[in-house]
Design a protein. Structure first.
Length: 192
């Protein structure tokens, strides 16, 4: 897997994965999609029902909101890359277990290494915990820059769009907007 030279090659190699108990229960493997050399990468938790049916990340209601979030910072979905911690739907949309997430993490890490985004935005608590080992509540840590090592990629944690839909308050929406603007401002800095 580490030797996969492109995202397409990686996807072809791993799409039949049965390394954890989520594999046999899926309809579709949801690898991720977007610009293979995106500057901005979004990382969610795992596929839900719509994603499992279509084999694409963030295509349900949360995905509609994610599209709006991307648009709000002047980008299109096709310009960014969207992936999840786990590639197969957890039953009843439960949070993936640490063991499921860790089995799948190598795929996400390889995606990150191939894409080499300049900024990652994590959506909700799961990617933050599994990718960065940050176990604090998302309400406390959102908006605070983290760094993915050893790549040294800045990570902006924000709320998951599904949470925003459930908790559609001015405070939550303002928080997400602040986080997205910070990510956009980083992208707008001169490179180097
Ligand atoms: N929620 C996620 O975390 N990922 C998806 O792809 C869809 C909903």
């Amino acid at each position: 897997m580490a030797s996969a030279a492109t995202l397409a090659e990686l996807e072809a190699r791993v799409q039949g994965c049965l390394a954890c108990p989520l594999g046999p229960g899926r309809l579709r493997f949801v690898f991720g999609e977007g610009n293979p050399s995106a500057d901005l990468m979004f990382i969610g938790e795992g596929p839900g029902r719509d994603e499992d049916l279509q084999g694409r990340p963030f295509v349900g209601r949360a995905g509609e909101l994610l599209d709006k979030m991307i648009g709000a910072i002047g980008l299109e979905r096709s310009e960014v890359y969207i992936a999840n911690v786990v590639k197969c739907r957890p039953p009843d949309n439960r949070v993936p277990t640490a063991s499921e997430a860790q089995r799948c993490l190598g795929y996400l890490m390889r995606q990150i290494d191939l894409i080499q985004p300049r900024v990652i935005v994590t959506l909700g608590a799961t990617p933050l915990r599994e990718l960065l080992g940050v176990g604090e509540g998302i309400t406390r840590v959102r908006g605070q820059w983290k760094r993915l090592e050893p790549q040294g990629i800045p990570v902006m944690p924000t709320f998951h769009p599904a949470y925003v839909l459930r908790q559609y308050t001015d405070d939550v929406r303002r928080a997400v907007w602040t986080d997205l603007k910070a990510a956009r401002a980083w992208l707008d800095r001169p490179k180097g």
